[in-house]
Design a protein around this ligand. Structure first.
Ligand SMILES: [Zn+2]
Length: 265
């Protein structure tokens, strides 16, 4: 994309939890950033990290890298399934809340009592507004961009297996509108490192796709190729437009606790 350069590929970083691989370093030209200054971003594909086997603990390693780099904003790109019949394949959804029954098992907090991490405002409203405005300018007119003001809820599952019809019904019964494999550890760990978090996700399977037991395939193949490049463009343009000032208050939702909380036990 014009104004964005890949400075490095295949970067690897040592962390206390093992090596974290498959990183890119991006640079945004001063001409396209909100600050009018050159800006950098780290980029990694968590579904492919490591490349040769499934390891959900990759999130702890990757957020340790982001924490050490001093990252203040995280955009998580993914595709999603809809369990709300009004949300259609091709729609973009910026959900306001998340259901993850186990929370993340891969916390980065130094001990149980040192910090309180709020579950409120788990998606940054400021970043969500920038992302929605950006998406609405370039997303296909036939599809909708559901903004954070709609209060939609994402259920998290780790995958890689796709959601069963029974699970889709269960998530719907719990109040979820969409199902995402790439949202809860990202959102929780963003809170734990004091960063703002926003998802950039679009629907590749609708409710009827989950429920149709006569068809083994879930995803609607034609949607992914046509929208994935556009979604990446939305994410990059949003990253360039996010200000370093943070009017949202997300950083204060991780609060240090008094010393007696964690020293007397
Ligand atoms: Zn924020």
């Amino acid at each position: 994309m014009a104004g964005v350069r890949v400075l490095a590929r295949d970067l690897a970083f040592d962390t206390p939890y093992g090596v974290s691989e498959n990183w890119k370093l991006l640079e945004f030209d001063a001409s396209i950033t909100a600050q009018g200054k050159t800006q950098q971003a780290l980029c990694m594909y968590s579904h492919g990290n490591p490349r040769d086997h499934i390891d959900h603990s990759c999130h702890r390693r990757s957020f340790w890298v982001l924490m050490e780099a001093g990252v203040s904003h995280v955009i998580a790109c993914s595709t999603i399934g809809a369990v709300n019949k009004a949300i259609q394949p091709g729609d973009m959804v910026i959900n306001a809340d998340i259901i993850e029954m186990t929370q993340t098992p891969y916390s980065l907090l130094p001990g149980r009592q040192r910090f309180d991490c709020s579950g409120k405002q788990i998606v940054c409203p400021h970043c969500a507004g920038i992302l929605a405005n950006t998406a609405r300018k370039i997303w296909p007119a036939a599809c909708r961009v559901h903004g954070i003001e709609q209060g939609l809820v994402a259920a998290h599952t780790y995958g890689p297996r796709l959601t069963t019809p029974a699970e889709a019904m269960a998530f719907r019964g719990m109040g979820a509108d969409i199902v995402n494999h790439s949202i809860a550890p990202e959102a929780t760990l963003s809170r734990e490192i004091g960063a703002c978090f926003v998802p950039c996700a679009f629907v590749t399977a609708g409710f009827n796709d989950y429920m149709d037991r006569s068809r083994g395939q879930l995803l609607q193949d034609d949607i992914l190729p046509s929208l994935s490049m556009l979604a990446s463009r939305v994410a990059l343009l949003t990253a360039a437009k996010i200000q370093t000032e943070r009017p949202c208050g997300c950083a204060e939702l991780k609060s240090p606790q008094p010393m007696e909380r964690y020293t007397i036990y």
